[in-house]
Write a protein that binds this ligand. Structure first.
Ligand code: F6R
Length: 246
């Protein structure tokens, strides 16, 4: 696990975008796993800037996103599909035929999860998976629990996750869904390379557990210690508890 500490989120975004752009330029048909939320937004902006300068084309990449809220359509401003369209896909030449998402509107959630699991395999697996981390140590929506999930599944979100994200729904007068579909830990761990971005003091405890804690499903991100190629980008606030005794 490589831990890289930068002064601020902008510096992180340049480095993270650079890894992704290099991957795409090495192989235009790369399979990329994307995350939503605040953590990757600056990185997406850097990728868009490089696309606009003609330094990279996203036309032939295949994408998989980590998760989606159950019950939300792609047109809902709080759906993660909408987020990706707004923050990356719609501002580049991404081919929407190669964009893969768990469908929040699926009637048979189990079948939808199986479809996604199979689709990742059919596409040859994920080259780079980008991640954020929840204040409770979740990755994707793999919430703290007593086992690691392998493939995609439907999850009841914890209060901590609802508290962190409900502001986006309240802003448009909506209530946050209690359930989501998410890639499992197995899907994330099978990615050939993983980049995790964490910034701000609110992430410091989860980051300490991720880097220094025992591998345990009670902090799902700790499993990343077992992956051969993980880069963790932190700002100083998120890294502030590293090295300190508990
Ligand atoms: C989002 C996701 C989540 C977020 C995490 C951090 O697709 O899977 O695990 O990465 O909740 O969210 P932010 O970045 O908003 O702090």
């Amino acid at each position: 696990m490589r831990v890289i500490i930068k002064d601020n989120p902008i510096e992180i975004s340049h480095e993270a975008a650079d890894i992704i752009v290099k991957q795409i330029n090495n192989y235009h048909g790369s399979v990329l796993g994307f995350a939503t939320g605040a953590s990757p937004v600056e990185t997406y902006k850097r990728i868009i800037e490089r696309y606009e300068k003609g330094e990279v084309s996203l036309k032939y990449i295949t994408t998989f996103n980590l998760d989606e809220y159950v019950g939300l359509s792609r047109e809902n401003v709080n759906s993660y599909f909408y987020f990706m369209k707004d923050n990356l896909f719609g501002k580049t030449d991404v081919d929407f035929n190669r964009v893969n998402f768990l469908s929040g509107e699926a009637t048979d959630l189990e079948a939808e999860c199986k479809r996604y699991y199979d689709r990742i395999r059919e596409c040859g697996g994920i080259d780079i998976q980008l991640l954020g981390i929840g204040t409770n140590g979740h990755i994707g929506f793999n919430e703290p629990g007593d086992k690691f999930a392998d493939g995609p599944f439907a999850v009841k979100l914890t209060q901590s996750t609802i508290d962190s994200n409900k502001k986006y729904f309240e802003a448009v007068g909506d209530t946050m869904p209690e359930y989501a579909l998410t890639m499992g830990i197995g899907d994330i761990m099978r990615a050939r390379k993983i980049i995790l971005i964490a910034t701000g003091e609110s992430k410091a405890k989860a980051v300490k557990e991720l880097v220094e804690g025992q591998v345990s499903p009670s902090c799902p991100a700790t499993i990343l210690q077992m992956h051969a190629d993980v880069t963790i980008f932190l700002d100083k606030a998120a890294a502030s508890l590293l090295g300190e005794k508990k």
